[in-house]
Design a binder for this molecule. Sequence first.
Ligand code: ATP
Length: 138
Amino acid sequence: VERTLALIKPDAVNKAIDIETVILNQGFTILQKRRVILTAEQCSDFYSEHYGKKFFPSLVAFMTSAPLVAMVLAKENAIQQWRELIGPTNSDVAKETNPDSIRALFGTNEQKNAVHGSDSAVSAEREIRFFFPNCIVE
Ligand code: ATP
């Protein structure tokens, strides 16, 4: 069983119950869950790989605008399974190509895309520790 970090982003926090229902129906276990408001500094650290990109300031403003929900999800092959369930980054694209995906169902555009998922084992470990520093990652 593998673990991954999922975020319900500020644009979708009011739909968190519906998103959690999809998560559980798809066979994930929610091991940890926390509602959190990020500071700009914390958010810049979380998204440091995007520092310097054109959309970075707007991404940080969006992600710090309201609470988000951070969750540790567990399932066999959780990292890839969660990335597949959320769909492509841009919710407009997701609506065309993956209409059943979470980003199609709950997101709006290329920035307001409802959820995040770790993209590798290394980022999953880093991101789980970022939001749940006391969590034991095997
Ligand atoms: P995430 O890391 O959130 O799961 P991702 O890996 O699919 O998403 P990244 O390319 O890592 O996408 O971008 C991180 C986040 O930055 C996206 O989820 C989105 O909210 C925002 N973003 C990405 N590209 C753009 C863009 N061109 N314009 C505005 N926002 C963007």
